[in-house]
Every structure is written in C-alpha cells, then in structure tokens.
Design a protein around this ligand. Structure first.
Ligand SMILES: Nc1ncnc2c1ncn2[C@@H]1O[C@H](COP(=O)(O)OP(=O)(O)OP(=O)(O)O)[C@@H](O)[C@H]1O
Ligand SMILES: O=C(O)C1=C[C@@H](O)[C@@H](O)[C@H](O)C1
Ligand SMILES: [Mg+2]
Length: 168
C-alpha cells in the first residue's frame, strides 16, 4: 500500500510521515528529498535555476517514479505537489491520500520557528507577509487537497489518528 500525506508547508507531512512509516515498518519517502537526490540540487536551487514551472514538471516526474518504484511506502509529498499536473488523480489511483488540514494560525506559528530559507516560496517574507501568503495559498489549494481520501484536522493530526483511519 502507498500512503500519501498532503497539505501545506508546515502541516507536518515530513514529521508525521517519518513516524508513521516507522510504526508500519514501511519505507519512508519524502518527495522533496527524493527530488534533491535525483537532481543533485536543493529545492531552493531548483526554483532559482529552473523556475517554478520546470520544478513542477520535475516534481511530477519524481512522483511517478516513486509510485512505480515502491509497492508499499509512506510518501510525504511537497506542499504544492497535489496542485499541478493532475497529480491528485495519480496519487489517488496509486494509493491512499490523507490531507493534514492545519489552521493558518498554527502553520504560521510553526513556520516562523523553522528555517524559511529552505522553502523558496517563503524565504525573505515578514511575519505579516507570511500570514497573508499562507492564508491565500491554503484557500487556493484547498480544492486539490480536499480530493484526498481522508482529512485530519489540526487537533487530531497524529500518528495514532492516521493508523486509526487506515484500520477502519
Ligand atoms: N504535529 C505537530 N505539532 C507541532 N509541531 C509540528 C507538528 N508536525 C510538525 N511540526 C513542526 O512544524 C514544522 C514543519 O513540519 P514539517 O517539516 O514536518 O512540515 P511539512 O508538511 O513537511 O512541510 P514542507 O511542505 O515545507 O516540507 C517543523 O518545525 C515541525 O517540527
Ligand atoms: O508548497 C509548495 O509549493 C512547496 C512546498 C515544499 O514542500 C517544496 O516542494 C517547495 O518548497 C514548494
Ligand atoms: Mg516536508
């Protein structure tokens, strides 16, 4: 089984994905890290050198490659991955998807404490700009995220909540 975690930057896809994979004894794949290895460049460098449009093609190709390579895995997608190149159709065809629906306030709180320079869409933004950007981006992406098989809201985003969902 392939389990895809989706949601905005800071939703906890990497953090929860790693824990879930350990719990299930599945391989863990972070799509951003997979891209970095394949391309031998950081996500920030890919955005800078190739532009976002080309990055989205590279991301789509990586998603297809991961889905072909693994029979079972927990896969944390990049925050934007579900929203380009019809990737949600691919994700839902290949596996089970879970949307980590974390509130704007909580996302901003978490992201403020993290290293924004590794997230090229957020780098250099003031706190007010960060909040506005997160709110706008969540609103425009929600239509894709809502295509997930399951949704977990902020207060119940935990490995226990995910395993309970999958066992039902
Ligand atoms: N359930 C949680 N409760 C509190 N903080 C959390 C939780 N999950 C993640 N965090 C924190 O939020 C930050 C972002 O988490 P993480 O990197 O897992 O998000 P992400 O969804 O993978 O983001 P990106 O799309 O940028 O890769 C980290 O600092 C992490 O420690
Ligand atoms: O939300 C986004 O568009 C992104 C999220 C990250 O996971 C990376 O894939 C990249 O920084 C873009
Ligand atoms: Mg991540």
């Amino acid at each position: 089984m392939l389990i895809f975690l989706i949601g905005l930057m800071g939703a906890g896809k990497t953090t929860l994905g790693r824990q879930l994979a350990q719990e299930l004894s599945y391989p863990f794949v972070d799509l951003d890290d997979y891209i970095v290895q394949r391309e031998n460049r950081s996500i920030a460098a890919l955005f800078e050198q190739e532009g976002q449009e080309r990055f989205r093609q590279i991301e789509h190709d990586a998603l297809k490659a991961v889905a072909d390579e693994f029979e079972k895995a927990v896969i944390s997608t990049g925050g934007g991955a579900p929203c380009f190149h019809n990737n949600m159709a691919l994700i839902n065809e290949k596996g089970t998807s879970i949307f980590l629906d974390v509130s704007v306030e909580e996302l901003v709180h978490r992201l403020r404490q993290s290293d924004l320079s590794v997230r090229p869409l957020l780098a250099g933004r003031s706190e007010a700009e960060l909040k506005a950007f997160i709110a706008e981006t969540l609103e425009s992406r929600r239509q894709y995220y809502e295509l997930a098989d399951y949704k977990l809201e902020t207060s119940v985003c935990s490995v226990e909540a995910i395993t309970a969902l999958l066992n039902n």
